[in-house]
Structure formats: C-alpha cells, structure tokens
Ligand binder design. Structure first.
Ligand code: PEP
Ligand code: MG
Length: 757
C-alpha cells in the first residue's frame, strides 16, 4: 500500500525560512536541529536526519527529527555502509518506497529507526565533494516524487553553506574530506610536487615534426648543426647563469651534468656521422634520439633511464633550434600566473617559462623520482604527473587548479571550487606556520613520551639538513645513492672521505650507515648484476655483498676509518637469515683485525643493526635479537613481502595498508620482543614520515622514526599534540579486527582527540 502523493510546500517559501533560521543568532547546533524539524514538516516525513562527514570519511549524525536525540554525535556510519553511506559513496540521491528491501539497508539500533519503510536521501555537496547526507523517512510505504527530491536537494545546498561556515565542523576537517568529486571536471594523476597552484593553462609545444629527411648538401647540414649547437650551448649557459642555485647545490650539479651532456663528443659525432650518410641535420638528430630510446628500453635501472631521458630532452631542444622555432619564453601576452601542461617536460624546458609567473606543472607522463621532479620541488612548484588525458581536456588559457598534495587537476573550475581552493591555500599557510613553530622544540608527546625523530639521507648533501631540521640523527644512510654517481667502484679513500663528511656534519649524533642495498633494479658501478624477473626478491643487497666479499670489506674498511674514535652504527640490509648476519659480522671482524694490524685508529664502539624487511626474521627473533644492537624496520619492503605486493607497481599502490591490523599488530609484538632483549627498534620506511601512519606506529609502541627531512616538522607537530597512552590502549582493541585498514578509525580518533595530522 502506498500513501498519496504529498506536495512539499512552496520551495521558495521554505528557502526563505531556511535562510532566516541560518541568519538567526545563537547556537549553530540549535539552528541545525530547527532545520531538521522544518524539513520533516515540509516533506511531511516522520523522520529527518542530517549526517555530516568527519575526517576519516565517517558520517556523524548531527541532527534528527523523529529519531532518538541521544544518538546525535554518537551514531557514526562508514561511507559505503547503510543507505546513508551508500548515498555518500555514490554522491547521488536515493529514493526507496521500501527501504528494508535495499541490499545496503541496515538498522542503526541506537537511533530507533527500525519501523521506517520509505526513504529519500540526497548528498550534501560542497566544491564537488560529499560533505554530508540529508534524508527523510516515513513509516508507511510511500513513493517520493521528483518535486520532493528537488526540494531536498535545494535544502542540501543551503545546508552546505551552513556547514561551509566552519561553525559545525572545523575548516581543516572539511578540506581533508576528499571523497566523491562530482561537480568540477578533474583529472587524477600522481603527486610529484606538493602545494597548490592556480593559473592559465599554457600547452607546452610538442617536439618538432621532421618533414625533410634527405639532405641536398651535407656541408650545409653540418653548418646548420654547428649553429644550432651554438644556440643550444648558449641557452644552457643562460639557464645556469639565471638560476639561483649556488655552487655545491645538488640542483646546480644536475644542470651542470646536463650541460656536460650537450658537449659530449660521442653524442655529437654520432649525429655528424648520420649527416655524412646523407640525412638532414634534423633527421640525423632524430635518428640518434631513436637509438637512445632503443637503448633506454633495455635498461630497468631508474637512475640510468633518467640519464637517457636527459639526453633525449637535449635532442628535442636541439631540434627546436634547428627548426628555428622560437624558444619558449615570456612575452607580453603571457598571463601573470601560468600552469604548464605537457605530455612530458624536459629538464630545462621549465626554465624557459618566466619564473615569476610559472605556478605549477601538469604532465601526462612523469615520475616522482625524475630530475625534473627534483628541480621542480626545489623551486616549490606544485606538480601533478601521469594526468592521463590532460592534453585533450585543456585548451590554452583555461583556468587550471593544480592540487599537488592530492595529485588532482581541476580544469575550468566553478566559483565554488575556486572559493574552496582559496580557503585551502589559507589553511595550508596556517598549517605551515604551525609546523614551523615546532622547530627547536622537543619531540615529546602530551603525556611526556619522547619520540626520536631521525632522518633518512644518502642523496648528495641531503645529510646537511640535519641541523636545520633538528633531527636526532640519521636513522638510515643509504650508501648506494652515492655509489651511483661513479662509473667505477669508489675507492676506500673516496668512501672514507664521504662517510667522514657525513659524520662531521652529524657531529655527535648517530648515523646508521647501511651497506650497499643494490640489485638488478638499483645498479652501481661495475658490479655485474644481470636483469632478473623479480629483482626485489632476487640477487640483491646482502646476498650480493656476501658473494662479492671484497666490495663489502672495502665498504666496512672505509666506515671503520671514517668513524675513528667515534661510535660506528652499521646497518645490514635485506637480512633474511641470521646466518647471513653472522657471515657479514665475520667480514667485519676481519676488517677490524686488519685495521688494528695497520695501526688505524678504530671506532670507540661498533653497534650492529639489521634491517627488518624480510618476514622470515620473525621466526628467528631470539637469535637475531641476541646478535644486534638495533633493528630498523624497512616498512616499504616489509609491506611488499608481507602482502606479496610489488611496492613499485602503480596498480597496487594503496591496495594494502601499513595501517592494517596485520601490520600494526606485528609491529606491536616486535616492539615487545625488542624491549625484552634491550634492542632499539626504529621504523625507516615511508610510513615513518606520514603523520597518520607515524601516529599509529607510535601507538603500536615505536619510539624511533626515521624519515625524509621535510617530514620532521609535520611529524613533530603531530607528536606534540598526541597522548600516547590512550592511543595505545585504543589501538590494542583493534589489532584483531578483520578490517582491511584501520586508517579511517585512526583519522577519526585523531579528530576526536585534537591530534594535529
Ligand atoms: C624500506 O624498505 O622500507 C627501506 C627503508 O629501505 P629502501 O626503501 O631503501 O628499500
Ligand atoms: Mg628496503
């Protein structure tokens, strides 16, 4: 049986009454309650509920008419669960004459909603995101009609305004909601450079299309090549002269290396030889480009691929000069704020856009580890890569918002998105301010627990940040990065100088030197490592070092010399078996004996550490923990081996979570075992530097976290707002849950307990 259709009273009248309520002075909760009452009356419904989205993507009951008042602010639903959660997940209205037959229907007992059959709910949307759900219900079976849906949608818009005021939910939470963006066209990519930018789209020119391949006169082609090369060299000189990078700066090194490639005789003579075969200068450059691409396809090593990309980029630039195409640059018509959109961008291309106007970069390709990314980061440019389809979605001059934090690009956003974006910029500035205020303050929780914040280093000069960021030491020094710069294995002397430089900079703070962690995907020097199908679980790391003991012994020799008179902290990577650690230890003993015989000053003390990346170690703990002084959990590798999930496969990113009950409960038990043996445990994978993850790890008992220098401020801010005891207690109730991830619950916990994430 269905009841007759009821027309809502004039929407315009309702709107003006709603606005009057909103504008009225007084408590915002009381106004929301009044609105729930008005909605129920207007739609002749027995129940109205207003759920709002909280951080952690949970819907909280904020107001109700017809259900139990005590449930307000207590009842919480996950997105995707129940009818309200279903609306939030799909960002669409839901109209049901018999709600109980819907597969998502669930009772929320504490609200007393058992008896209701018909249901109408719509999302509350703001800037394209679901920020809540408003719904009405009736006991009888009833068909809600189009006008009623529209009325409720209009009400939802008004509610969005009220929520957006920030009086009900703090602004910071609103901005972190994420979720279903439905209004503005947006493209999702990956975050390469963080930050937010807005500007007019400038489409980066595609490489030159060559029309003439066969030369009329090879001498003329040689001359054309000479002139174009002159312009190329000059343009690179200008870029370097105009950059703000100073000698010794790693970014200047990158540009200098790039300029060196442009003078590379091998590269030039191959192009000249191609001209001698009768090709035009353009076709000759193109042929060389193709050869480089073909060679690049054989290489899996990320570092080498980057070098090849640099040379391809140079070739493209040379083609531009050969074709006489104007170099990109500023002109009168260039807008004040520009966002460069490109399929891919060469290292120096970005310098051809006026520095004061370039606000952000979006590319269809691009990887976070590219040189372009490193330079863009040093210039603080928000950068979204792998934004598939961006070139076909944007016209020159379109307004584009680059959200480098979330890897999202908005094209021609509406007023509401721009406004939300402006607010976010302001929030971001406030956040930065709060983070910068903790510099120099101790990393101690509210309940007095000391959390050591260490940094990861290894890139040139990276360790130099140690003082400025106030790290408690270097929890992970990846030595392989330095080796990658040499075509030969660096000598013991070169290595000694390198390690000594790091120790000098760290003064008396500890530095955990990790011996080479290389494999067929991370090659160094002349070590012959052939391609493997599964490099992550192949011949790598300590396995190689034990098979090539000279390499390990030279590294240990250099470390012993560098740490003369100090404490040497030695870290062995990818230990899978305690016997491997013993074998490495035996080589260390040989080197100590050797150093003594040669009368070198030895370190005052040597602390032995093992990375914990291979799950097999969990079953060797008594033997392992009796042999080491410290354990560094490499959460990146441990996750990939625990969940059998390739850490570099973009399809698996975020598929499994460090904040799963499995991972966190394991860490918790490992912490306990380490305490029993007096072994210090740290976590040094990416999780240690992400605020929610770091909070969870602390809750699980971790007291030492090692992260990139940039994460130290935000993590310290989080630590200083956290009470560890209650969090640990809460977490201990979650370890056995069957949940895929505890992330939402932990984010929610942080909001409820004023923890600054
Ligand atoms: C890890 O595996 O988490 C780790 C820190 O080592 P890397 O990232 O160098 O493999
Ligand atoms: Mg690792």
């Amino acid at each position: 049986m269905t009841t007759d259709r009821v027309r809502p009273s004039g929407p315009r009248r309702l709107l003006s009454r709603l606005r009057a309520v909103m504008a009225a002075p007084g408590d915002v909760q009381a106004r929301l309650d009044q609105i729930a009452k008005m909605i129920a009356a207007n739609l002749v419904a027995e129940v109205c509920t207003i759920y709002l989205m909280r951080a952690g993507r949970v819907l909280e009951l904020f107001a109700t008419e017809g259900l139990r008042d005590e449930a307000k602010h207590k009842t919480r639903l996950e997105v995707g669960h129940g009818l309200v959660g279903h609306i939030a997940a799909h960002a669409r209205p839901l109209i049901l004459s018999d709600a109980q037959k819907h597969p998502e229907f669930t009772y929320v007992r504490e609200t007393g909603e058992e008896d209701f059959r018909s249901f109408l709910g719509v999302p509350i949307l703001r800037a394209g995101h679901v920020i809540g759900v408003v719904s009405v219900r009736n006991r009888a079976l009833k068909n809600y009609h189009e006008e009623e849906v529209e009325t409720l949608q209009t009400i939802a818009m008004v509610l969005a305004e009220l929520v957006g005021s920030g009086d009900l939910i703090p602004h910071v939470e609103l901005h972190d909601l994420g979720g279903n963006a439905t209004l503005a066209p947006h493209i999702e990519g990956v975050s390469i450079g963080s930050g937010l930018a807005i500007g007019a789209a400038v489409i980066h020119e595609a490489p030159v299309v060559i029309r003439k391949f066969v030369a009329d006169n090879p001498d003329e082609e040689r001359e054309r090549l000479r002139v174009a090369l002159g312009s190329l060299h000059q343009s690179l000189d200008e870029i370097i002269a105009d950059s703000d990078f100073v000698p010794g700066d790693e970014h200047l090194d990158i540009l200098e290396a790039y300029r060196m490639f442009a003078h590379d005789r091998g590269w030039l003579s191959r192009i000249e030889e191609a001209i001698d075969t009768g090709l035009t200068a353009e076709a000759a450059v193109q042929r060389e480009q193709e050869e480089i691409r073909a060679r690049m396809a054989q290489v899996t090593d990320a570092y080498l691929r980057e070098r090849f990309l640099d040379v391809i980029d140079l070739g493209n630039r040379l083609l531009n000069f050969l074709s006489g195409r104007a170099v990109l640059g500023s002109d009168e018509e260039t807008p004040e704020d520009i966002v460069v959109i490109a399929r891919s961008l060469g290292l120096t291309d970005m310098f051809h856009y006026p520095r004061g106007r370039l606000r952000g970069i979006v590319t269809e390709e691009g990887s976070p580890t590219s040189h372009l990314a490193i330079i863009a980061n040093s210039l603080d440019l928000p950068f979204v890569g792998q934004a598939k389809g961006i070139l076909t979605s944007v016209d020159p001059g379109d307004m584009v918002i680059v959200d480098g934090n979330n890897g999202v690009v908005y094209v021609e956003p509406g007023e509401d998105v721009v406004q939300a974006f402006d607010e976010r910029l302001e929030m971001e500035a406030q956040r930065q301010q709060i983070v910068s205020e903790v510099r120099g303050k101790p990393s101690v929780s509210r309940d007095g627990i000391n959390i050591k914040l260490l940094m990861n280093a290894g890139l040139p000069n990276e360790h130099e940040d140690i003082e400025s960021v106030g790290a408690d030491g270097i929890g992970l020094y990846r030595t392989e990065f330095a080796f990658m710069r040499y075509s030969e294995m660096p000598s013991v002397d070169i290595q000694t100088a390198l390690y000594r430089g790091v120790l000098d900079k760290a003064r008396d703070l500890p530095v955990n030197f990790r011996v080479l962690d290389v494999g067929s995907d991370k090659k160094v020097g002349p070590l012959k490592i052939s391609r493997e199908d599964n490099p992550a679980i192949g011949w790598r790391s300590l396995r190689i070092l034990l098979d090539r003991p000279v390499v390990l012994r030279q590294q240990l020799r250099a470390m012993l010399r560098a740490a003369a008179g100090k404490t040497l902290y030695l870290l062995f990577p990818m230990v899978a078996d305690v016997a491997e650690l013993d074998a490495a230890r035996a080589l260390l003993d040989l080197e100590v004996t050797h150093a003594r015989a040669k009368r070198f000053v030895l370190p005052e003390d040597i602390k032995i550490g093992s990375m914990f990346e291979v799950p097999a170690l969990a079953w060797q703990l008594p033997a392992l923990l009796s042999r080491v002084d410290f354990l560094a959990v490499g959460s990146n590798d441990l996750m990939q081996f625990m969940f059998a999930s390739d850490r570099g496969n973009p399809k698996l990113v975020n598929r499994y979570d460090v904040l799963s009950p499995a991972f966190l409960s394991f860490i918790n038990s490992l912490v306990g075992r380490c305490e029993e043996h007096g072994v210090e445990l740290s976590v040094c994978g990416a999780a240690a530097g992400a605020t929610t993850d770091a909070m969870a790890l602390i809750g699980a008992g971790v007291r030492n976290l090692s992260m990139t220098a940039a994460s130290i401020g935000p993590v310290k801010t989080m630590v200083r707002s956290l009470s560890v005891g209650p969090l640990s207690e809460y977490l201990s109730t979650l370890y056995e849950l069957p949940d895929h991830s505890l992330r939402d619950r932990l984010n929610e916990y942080a909001v409820d307990h004023d923890i600054f994430l």
